[in-house]
Ligand binder design. Sequence first.
Ligand SMILES: Cc1ncc(COP(=O)(O)O)c(C=O)c1O
Length: 302
Amino acid sequence: MDGEIVPWESATVHVMTHALHYGSSVFEGIRAYSTDAGPCFFPLEAHVDRFFDSAAIYRMQLPFDRSEMRNACHAVVRENRLEAAYVRPLAFHGYGQIGLNPGTAPARVVVAAVPWGSMHGKAAIEHGIDACVSSWQRIAPNTIPVLAKAGGNYLSGQLIHMEALRNGYHEGIALGPDGTVSEGAGENLFVVKNGVIRTPRVSGSLLAGITRDAVIQLGADLGCKIEEATIPRETLYTADEVFMTGTAAEITPVRSVDRAPIGTGRPGPITQRIQQAFFGLFEGTTPDRHGWLETVHAEVAV
Ligand SMILES: Cc1ncc(COP(=O)(O)O)c(C=O)c1O
């Protein structure tokens, strides 16, 4: 926290913290996987870059540089002796003067590490989840920048996710302002039809997911036809396969949308190949061709 390793109970902030009142924070979610070489980050550099991009969009001056942020991520996994971890870097405007202007409240930076299984649970990875199209749309361009992973954006995700849970689904899928498919509450979305894998374009009111990028690459490595496209809502009901991706959700098959089964109602063959290629990176059965893995340093360097 602010450059020091502190005990969990001491990682606290004042109630007048700007970000608590106005959502003025940016953050990341990064996984370190357990591998034969010890815990390994899955692309740490890409996450640190997105963290700095999010801060730049909000003109938030970070008191640490990229290599210090990377070292802090290594340090929290190492110091907590975690074999696998979900790492949460967070930068937020602290306490300055009351009022909207974040400039009076300097940015503070925290990196936390916790053990966390897959977002929707182990069974979801194996059998898939039931999703619904949300009555809440994603944030429109020129309202709040969606490419920034900012705390305030997640009010949208909370509404989408809570509505889905209330109605007996595991997750909600949001449409963008143009009525086409955007993404899940906290995941990107892929649709498979006649052997072609499609995912909404980055301009479609979604977070440019790092797992999404990796899946596009893994799909191409497997020889699949994979493309970014505009995805009409009704395509969800006629798809052969649908799956979601994210650092937290990993590769989660979707077995139904709005109670309509997808394909056979079980994870399809292409989803399973993508899952095998993805998890194989950590199990050692998929070569790390793109240099995504980074072993957690033995030495703590903050
Ligand atoms: C809204 C949203 N979309 C997509 C994703 C997936 O992004 P990533 O693969 O970088 O974790 C996330 C998770 O970070 C998210 O919160």
